[in-house]
Design a protein around this ligand. Structure first.
Ligand code: HEC
Ligand code: HEC
Ligand code: HEC
Length: 160
């Protein structure tokens, strides 16, 4: 998953979709990068940007790093397993807490080296964490380019 934003097949499919719907290019790319370049997309939102396109991603080292350690381990438990967590609805806040599966971790080394505070949380062992990106409902359009419904593109967690 670390290569998710460099993946040439993914980039080709994104450009094919924006070729078909040029008016929606920025929206499509901002949606696709939500799961395939989650660090860059999340940072862009925190910086107040309204888009995170492929060209923004290509200039951004965070975007090129795809799904890193810090993505999964910072996902907050609050909305996991609910509809708002799907479609890349993972929540990452700015507290620099990094969640792990072990109780009472030794926190000081990571604070010293990378300024992340490790914290035990049982949600790290639950598939709801993965379901944030591995559940995808894709909107489809009618002849007037209006959203006509949602297609269940990937739902392995819901099918469990
Ligand atoms: C909700 C998160 C999410 C969003 C949004 C998303 N994807 Fe994905 N995508 C995934 C996941 C997860 C996989 C891996 C699926 C698997 O193999 O089980 C994937 C796989 C793919 C693959 C296959 C990659 C390969 O090398 O096999 C393509 C192509 C792709 N996505 C295109 C897109 C495009 C185009 C968009 C935007 C329109 C998009 N995705 C938006 C989560 C997402
Ligand atoms: C796709 C999400 C994801 C990514 C990316 C990820 N982790 Fe994890 N990590 C998990 C989950 C889920 C667990 C708990 C699973 C378990 O304990 O079997 C875990 C467990 C751990 C543990 C606990 C020790 C252990 O081995 O049981 C450490 C340490 C860790 N990860 C470090 C990292 C580092 C370092 C990276 C980047 C190189 C990374 N993780 C990337 C999801 C992820
Ligand atoms: C931030 C979004 C995100 C999270 C969280 C996430 N994934 Fe993924 N995962 C993806 C994307 C995007 C891909 C597809 C990458 C590509 O091929 O371009 C993927 C691909 C995969 C693949 C490869 C599938 C294949 O068909 O090759 C596996 C396996 C996988 N993820 C397991 C997990 C597990 C297990 C977790 C939870 C510990 C998890 N993922 C969490 C986004 C995510």
């Amino acid at each position: 998953m670390a290569n998710s934003s460099k993946d040439p097949l993914w980039q080709a499919v994104v450009s094919e979709e924006t070729h078909r719907f040029p008016a929606m290019k920025d929206d499509i790319e901002t949606i696709c990068t939500r799961c395939h370049a989650p660090m860059g997309n999340t940072q862009a939102k925190k910086d107040g940007l309204t888009t995170y396109t492929i060209s923004q991603m290509r200039l951004d080292p965070l975007g090129k790093d795809g799904i890193s350690c810090a993505t999964c381990h910072q996902i907050d438990p609050q909305n996991l397993g609910t509809q708002t967590s799907y479609n890349g609805g993972y929540k990452i806040d700015t507290t620099r807490v990094i969640y792990g599966p072990y109780q009472n971790p030794l926190t000081q080394p990571m604070i010293n080296f990378v300024n992340f505070r490790t914290q035990y949380s049982p949600h790290v062992n639950n598939s709801e964490l993965c379901a944030t990106c591995h559940t995808l409902f894709t909107p489809y359009f009618d002849d007037n380019n209006q959203i006509a419904g949602y297609f269940s593109e990937q739902t392995p967690y819901i099918e469990k």
